[in-house]
Ligand binder design. Structure first.
Ligand SMILES: C[S@@+](CC[C@H](N)C(=O)[O-])C[C@H]1O[C@@H](n2cnc3c(N)ncnc32)[C@H](O)[C@@H]1O
Length: 242
């Protein structure tokens, strides 16, 4: 199951999506931290740390952060673990990885969620922050997550989820669809930053509903699957390799 249908205005077929997404994040990488910092009202670091604590990350754990981007999840994980020595950060974008490397002394690997270059049963905890919409297939990705987790290992996926409708849905659309991309360009003077945040919205708008994500997690063989929400917008998908 794809996380969203092909977005024909950006790429003609699903096969072309990875290259498009990669150039988008390579070009936007220098601006990403600034844009998400104010765009989410400076709440990002606190939320990324407290959700990892809440869902059981603890000192001594061996962590894989998939779609690490500029390292925002991994930096907060290192505060919990007390070290970055047991953290592996994976991302396909060389631009994003280059920024992440300046922040923490973790292991960095260029790769994709759908084909993880790690042996079975390698990690105690696996995180993915705000990148689920960018994979090509949910079930393939979740099977990979299950494969590389140790028995008893935990999965935490953070996402922003569009409200189902109503006034909140209208506000969400105005903010993420119009305001945020325009402000991103204004503050960074970068069209690439605008394009990155416009695509952020388009993929949220087109994304499959949370029930489909939960179904794909269960279909991939993960146990204790559930979704917690914060403010009705932030989704925390969790699962365990039993
Ligand atoms: C919005 S950023 C999220 C960065 C970071 N995790 C955070 O919490 O801010 C999305 C990231 O997903 C990465 N990405 C895109 N396609 C991917 C794939 N198939 N597998 C893994 N990561 C992917 C992008 O390169 C980008 O760094």
């Amino acid at each position: 199951m794809t996380p969203h249908p092909t977005l024909a205005k950006h790429y003609a077929s699903a096969a072309e999506k990875p290259a498009f997404v990669n150039q988008l994040f390579d070009a936007g990488a220098p601006h990403y931290d600034l844009v998400v910092d104010w765009g989410f009202l400076r709440s990002g670091a606190h939320y990324r740390r407290t959700t990892q604590l809440k869902h059981g990350l603890k000192p001594g754990d061996c962590l894989l952060d998939v779609a690490c981007g500029t390292g925002l999840v991994a930096v907060e994980a290192a505060k919990i673990l007390g070290t970055a020595a047991n953290i592996t950060c994976l991302d396909p974008s060389a631009g994003m990885l280059a920024v992440a490397r300046t922040k923490l002394d973790a292991r960095f690997v260029q790769g994709r969620a759908e084909a993880l270059p790690f042996p079975d049963n390698s990690f105690d905890f696996l995180t993915m922050g705000y990148a689920l919409r960018h994979v090509t297939d949910l079930e393939t990705t979740f099977r990979e997550y299950r494969r590389v987790l140790k028995p008893g290992g935990k999965l935490l996926i953070l996402e922003v989820t569009k409200p189902a409708g109503g006034f909140a849905g209208v506000l969400f659309r105005i903010y993420f669809g119009r305001l945020y991309p325009a402000l991103a360009q204004l503050f960074t003077r970068s069209r690439e930053a605008r394009a990155m945040m416009r695509y952020y919205w388009e993929t949220m708008d087109a994304c499959v509903p949370p029930a489909a994500v939960l179904e794909a997690l269960r279909a991939a063989g993960l146990a204790a699957v559930r979704r917690d929400t914060a403010l009705g917008l932030f989704s925390e998908y969790v699962g365990v390799k039993s």
